[in-house]
Ligand binder design. Structure first.
Ligand SMILES: NC(=O)C1=CN([C@@H]2O[C@H](COP(=O)(O)OP(=O)(O)OC[C@H]3O[C@@H](n4cnc5c(N)ncnc54)[C@H](O)[C@@H]3O)[C@@H](O)[C@H]2O)C=CC1
Ligand SMILES: O=C([O-])CC(=O)C(=O)O
Length: 329
């Protein structure tokens, strides 16, 4: 076991994802079974008491890797020395709220958090934005952290990636582990494009194995893209345990690497690859190694895929223009 604990900051710690996430971090599933962690829980003042309750339960689990828990509503304290920052807390859309209102309310959260990360986080900080609209919240935070390398700001499309694996595994009648090279492109929204044209099932092209374009267009893509809404409809609350699981997967893969011959999906700051305008936080196929991610290059994109990638990227550009118009970036 390494001796220095890694500081993991979780915002929105008293929320439903927080409740599904914190115990898994403390048990070693985020960073590995040999890495002690110190948790920093950030909440708004009215939810600090609830976070304290969660911290009591964390304590009661007597996790050998849990080196300490701090609970705060202060940004400096929350991000001071943070090595990993999971930005989960966000302003949800409520009745009558327009998209501009939602972006503005979240700008009020992610701008100061970006500034605090810039000023106080550890040099090796890695940021995952989960709170929606995740891609654009990451763009806002990143643009207020000029001293932190852009590649440290990511947003979560791993839940979409995992949903796509599960749907394809059911259709093809194979275990999830038989599927490699799934890709989510674009925004974590209904415009996202889950792409199976580069995916492989037991080493064979997935689209060829499935051989069902109607299923792909009318079932697979909409099911994955609208899964979040379907869960809300069924559960009366948005996905929480699966979102927490995807956050664990995202950071674990980022830090520990992708398997040989596979890749994952992460929303990262675009370098212009695949025609995605530079600076947008868009989902790409990425490999990870040595704690760094790299966009998989050289994939052939046919017209079917191109149209779908372009539509989701156009939505990201609209969101960027809206937050720019609001003076948030
Ligand atoms: N990227 C993805 O795949 C997914 C994203 N989400 C998003 O994750 C976010 C959290 O979801 P839940 O935990 O279910 O929501 P929740 O409403 O249960 O919890 C959110 C928590 O954030 C806290 N919070 C609000 N503003 C804060 C701030 N400025 N600083 C610190 N904490 C703050 C609230 O007090 C609350 O405890 C939502 O935006 C949701 O839409 C959810 C599922 C998947
Ligand atoms: O819309 C939400 O809050 C939930 C969400 O992002 C998802 O389940 O993909």
């Amino acid at each position: 076991m390494t001796s220095t604990p890694v500081t993991v900051t979780v915002t929105g710690a008293a929320g439903q994802i927080g409740y599904a996430l914190l115990f898994r971090i403390a048990s070693g599933q985020l960073l590995g079974p040999d890495v002690p962690v110190r948790l920093r829980l950030l909440e708004i003042p009215q939810a600090v008491k609830a976070a304290e309750g969660t911290a009591m339960e964390l304590e009661d689990c007597a996790f050998p890797l849990l080196a300490g828990i701090d609970i705060t509503d202060d940004l400096k304290t929350a991000f001071d020395g943070a090595n990993v920052a999971l930005l989960v807390g966000a302003r949800p859309r409520t009745k009558g709220m327009e998209r501009g209102d939602l972006l503005e309310a979240n700008g009020g959260i992610f701008k100061p958090q970006g500034e605090a990360i810039n000023a106080h986080a550890a040099e090796d900080v890695r940021v995952l934005v989960v709170g929606n609209p995740a891609n654009t919240n990451a763009l806002i935070a990143r643009s207020h952290a000029p001293d932190v390398p852009a590649d440290r700001f990511t947003a979560m499309t791993r839940l979409d990636h995992n949903r796509a694996l599960a749907q394809l595994s059911k259709k093809a009648g194979v275990p999830v582990s038989a599927i490699k090279k799934m890709t989510i492109w674009g925004n974590h929204s209904a415009t996202q494009y889950p792409d199976i044209f580069h995916a492989e099932i037991n080493g064979r092209g997935a689209a060829e194995v499935v051989d069902d374009q109607a299923w792909l267009e009318n079932d697979f893509i909409p099911t994955v893209a609208k899964r979040g809404a379907a869960i809300i409809e069924a559960r009366g609350a948005s996905s929480a345990a699966s979102a927490a699981g995807a956050a664990i997967d995202h950071v674990h893969t980022w830090v520990n690497g992708t398997a040989e011959g596979d890749w994952t999906s992460m929303a990262v700051v675009s370098d212009g690859s695949y025609g995605v305008p530079e600076g947008l936080v868009s989902s790409f196929p990425v490999t990870c190694s040595g704690g760094r991610w790299e966009i998989v290059q050289g994939l052939e994109i046919d017209d079917f895929s191109r149209g779908r990638i372009d539509a989701s990227v156009a939505e990201l550009a609209e969101e960027r223009d809206a937050v720019r118009g609001l003076g948030l970036i």
